[in-house]
Ligand binder design. Structure first.
Ligand SMILES: Nc1ncnc2c1ncn2[C@@H]1O[C@H](COP(=O)(O)OP(=O)(O)OP(=O)(O)O)[C@@H](O)[C@H]1O
Ligand SMILES: [Mg+2]
Length: 263
């Protein structure tokens, strides 16, 4: 049984009197310990798929289809189940760490909150775990950093904290939506290396959204290419990126060679 199975997922957004289809009949699975990347041009529906899983879409979104994480059905889950799923069984890391962190709470308070809310740890144990997780994501002097506010950290360090918060909840699935796009290029490489190391060390199951095919090649096992809300093709990374069957994949690969030519 797959860890995550998504069947015939569609998402539309209400615009005045009409419904605009953003995700159209998308199906895929993620096995335990596997990294599935979703790639595709801007607006192809990648984030809508990711956010639909924990029903984090705005009220104007209309979702249909089925999604299940292990035995838990996601799209028709009760509010109570959703509270346990959000940031717990499914943890998210987004593009911009500054907007994910609470600016008026210390790093330590936010980490402790995630741990206490989503794991059985009591306060003392949670504090120890908070320090441990900061160390896992490569934050120097973690005891001191617990007292820091987000603005006192660089963007790269903030994204490390977001990763620590996501993982400290011990999620079954980590969803990383363009986790490095907002960062400087050298920092991007560091964060991706960290994500890859943590994935291997902790055997994480990950839905990774990226427009960067090099990132996908380095981290993902399988890749799905989205185009106009549909899953144009999917398969092992080697197969899809080296023998693309669909025009949308070929276009992404051409865009990549044009980029690398310029830089
Ligand atoms: N909150 C929203 N309200 C209305 N329409 C939305 C909303 N979010 C996304 N859309 C629309 O749904 C479509 C898919 O958007 P989505 O953000 O899922 O794509 P994406 O592949 O993640 O794009 P990007 O690479 O730019 O992040 C787009 O046409 C977008 O305009
Ligand atoms: Mg997106």
């Amino acid at each position: 049984m797959a860890l995550l199975s998504v069947e015939h997922l569609s998402v539309s957004y209400r615009h005045r009197d009409t419904l605009v289809r953003a995700v159209d009949d998308v199906s895929f699975v993620i096995e335990a310990g596997e990294v599935l990347a979703l790639v595709g041009e801007s607006g192809s529906g990648k984030s809508s798929v990711a956010l639909a899983l924990a029903r984090l879409l705005p009220p104007r979104a209309v979702i249909s289809g089925r999604a299940a994480l292990k035995e838990t059905s996601l799209l028709d889950a009760s509010e109570e189940t959703l509270r346990a799923i959000r940031g717990g069984t499914i943890a998210y890391v987004f593009q911009d760490p500054a907007t994910s962190l609470n600016p008026v709470m210390t790093i330590g308070a936010q980490l402790l909150e995630a741990i206490v809310w989503h794991t059985p740890a009591g306060h003392e144990e949670a504090r120890r775990l908070a320090v441990w997780w900061l160390r896992q994501v490569g934050i120097p002097m973690p005891e001191l950093r617990l007292r820091a506010y987000p603005h006192q950290l660089s963007g790269g360090m903030q994204q490390r904290v977001c990763l620590a918060m996501a993982l400290a909840a011990r999620p079954s699935l980590l969803v990383a939506d363009e986790p490095t796009t907002a960062l400087d290029v050298t920092i991007q490489v560091q964060i991706l290396r960290l994500l890859r190391d943590l994935q291997r060390r902790l055997n994480l199951s990950v839905l990774l959204i990226s427009h960067d095919l090099t990132v996908v090649e380095r981290i993902a096992h399988r890749v799905g290419v989205m185009s106009g809300g549909r899953l144009a093709e999917s398969g092992a990374v080697d197969q899809v990126l080296h023998r693309p069957a669909h025009a949308a994949t070929q276009a992404l690969l051409r865009a990549r060679s044009a980029m690398s030519f310029k830089t």
